[in-house]
Design a protein around this ligand. Structure first.
Ligand SMILES: [Zn+2]
Ligand SMILES: [Zn+2]
Length: 183
């Protein structure tokens, strides 16, 4: 997934890369890439050692719904504009960019190594950014029955869903124990 930038010049150069889902198979992430991932855009040398990638990143990943625990697919479609610098310059450029009124928000900043940009990392970053804090298969997901574990999106169980205040439950238990000791 490496993009050779060692012979790059100042003009825009097209980048079109496609990776099958299997290319991301051995990752220990909270999601599973289930469709092909694509990076389509341009790359150019900016000033000296800085290289700029402007691209559209598309992919699709499977995550588990936080309510019903069923897997579902999230499409990823992101525009990236990232400046790549060699590791030796990274700290310097970060400080410089941060000094210019929050430009970091608009520009991603990353390192390149041995004259190559790792496009796999570019895709992974977008997958992580697209990952919801609380994944939900649908906004209206009814989740699992806390009593029998049935998926309430698919079946209606006969459990009673009465909410009992845990403090009241403790009091009731204490009372009944008290009655027994008295009796
Ligand atoms: Zn769900
Ligand atoms: Zn139930």
């Amino acid at each position: 997934m490496l993009l050779d930038i060692s012979r790059l010049r100042t003009g825009d150069e097209d980048v079109t890369r496609r990776y099958e889902a299997g290319a991301f198979a051995n990752l220990t992430d909270d999601f599973k890439v289930v469709g092909p991932s694509e990076v389509v855009g341009t790359v150019r040398r900016d000033q000296g050692t800085t290289v700029v990638l402007v691209a559209k990143v598309t992919s699709s990943m499977e995550v588990v719904c936080g309510r019903c625990l069923e897997p579902y697919v999230i499409p990823v479609d992101a525009e990236v504009e990232t400046r790549f610098v060699p590791p030796a310059e990274f700290a310097e450029v970060t400080a410089e960019t941060a000094a210019r009124d929050g430009a970091l928000k608009h520009f991603g900043l990353a390192e390149y190594h041995d004259g190559s940009i790792d496009l796999g990392e570019v895709v992974r970053e977008q997958l992580y950014l697209a990952l919801p804090m609380k994944p939900l298969c649908t906004e209206a997901c009814k989740g699992l029955c806390p009593i029998c574990g049935a998926n309430r999106n698919r079946e209606t169980c006969a459990c009673q869903h009465e909410w009992v205040d845990p403090r009241m439950a403790a009091l009731a238990e204490w009372k009944s124990r008290n009655e027994k000791t008295k009796g």
